[in-house]
Design a protein around this ligand. Structure first.
Ligand code: NAD
Length: 300
């Protein structure tokens, strides 16, 4: 049974997920390179660690949710990493969005200590993380998944075992393809409404009851109307995800023109001042610029 968890990465997603695990009665030892992020969790009852190794020591399982493949690899199997701290037979669950190759590579090293690895990326954004309603898509050994089920239930609702290690990341890649193109479609629709003199807020409300309904129209459509581009999900993060999809497309000879388009849009957003840290709903800002259109509400 999993009781003690090392938790690494207390950002937009990790902080609310860790809080839900604390509320769910788990003993948490947390680590992040940002000290204040650790302090905030300690104030809510977590123990602090000064390295991934320390977070992993005496834990039954370690969870990480971090920005990139390189960082996850270093945290997992680099110096003072999870591998050094976690006991033989422990479980390492990475919930970041990565290339499917990264968990497979990390797992080879972890197997030297019989540590099982799961790739368990999530969908639902900061709102889903706070609500404990994330979708979790899991790859790896079924026995490790079964042991982690009660833990996943504290942070997510739609929890699915997909297949072997890396399969969770493939599912998440599919998710990001759909989310990116839906954000692009919602941006185009709200821009068209605004430019033709029709209230985009009324259009959004009307569409929420029809076939165009989506979580992106609901949450990101509202962000676009509010001109709220504080990140939920950063442009830099979604840029990484479409790059993963494009690299898989190149490897398998797939024609994915919509994904290529959104990948280019994230590139363009990133080259705006501060654009990497805008929320990914900010695609609408690029379309407005190119359409010489004033912002839907406000002028930023
Ligand atoms: P974030 O940048 O807000 O958080 C990342 C955290 O990792 C930060 O607190 C940072 O200080 C910490 N960190 C960086 N390097 C570290 C290291 N070497 N050791 C320990 N901590 C380190 O990012 P986020 O939005 O929370 O995203 C994290 C992961 O979750 C990404 O892989 C992303 O693709 C995925 N994800 C994000 C969302 C979203 O909407 N934000 C949704 C689903 C999945």
């Amino acid at each position: 049974m999993i009781r003690k968890i090392g938790f690494i990465g207390l950002g937009i997603m990790g902080k609310p997920m860790a809080l839900n695990l604390l509320k769910g009665g788990y003993e948490l030892k947390v680590y992040d390179v940002v000290e204040n992020a650790v302090k905030e969790l300690v104030n809510k009852g977590a123990l602090s660690a000064v390295s991934p190794e320390e977070a992993a020591k005496s834990a039954d399982a370690v969870i990480s949710i971090l920005p990139s493949d390189n960082i996850v690899e270093t945290v997992a199997v680099g110096k003072n990493g999870v591998f050094d701290g976690l006991k033989a037979g422990g479980i390492y669950v990475d919930m970041s969005t990565l290339s499917p190759e990264t968990p497979r590579k990390i797992s080879k090293k972890l197997m030297e200590k019989e540590i099982s690895m799961l790739d368990a990326p999530v969908s639902g954004g900061d709102v889903g993380a706070a609500e404990g309603s994330l979708a979790i898509m899991v790859g790896g050994k079924r026995e490790a998944y079964d042991l982690m089920q009660p833990v996943f239930q504290k942070i997510g609702r739609n929890i699915n075992y997909i297949g072997e290690l890396g399969a969770g990341q493939i599912a998440k890649c599919c998710n990001q393809i759909i989310v990116a193109q839906t954000i692009e479609a919602v941006s185009e629709a709200l821009l068209l409404a605004q430019k033709t003199g029709v209230d985009p807020a009324k259009v959004r409300n009307a569409l929420l009851g029809g076939f165009a309904q989506s979580r992106v129209l609901e949450v990101h459509g509202q962000r676009m109307l509010d001109r709220n581009f504080e990140p939920g999900g950063r442009v830099s993060i979604h840029k990484k995800d479409t790059e993963i999809a494009m690299s898989i497309a190149a490897e398998f000879g797939l024609y994915l023109p919509g994904t290529a388009l959104t990948s280019q849009l994230w590139n363009a957003a990133s080259s705006q001042e501060g654009g990497s840290d805008w929320d990914h709903s900010s695609i609408i800002k690029l379309l407005e610029m190119l359409s010489n259109s004033k912002a839907i509400h406000g002028d930023n």
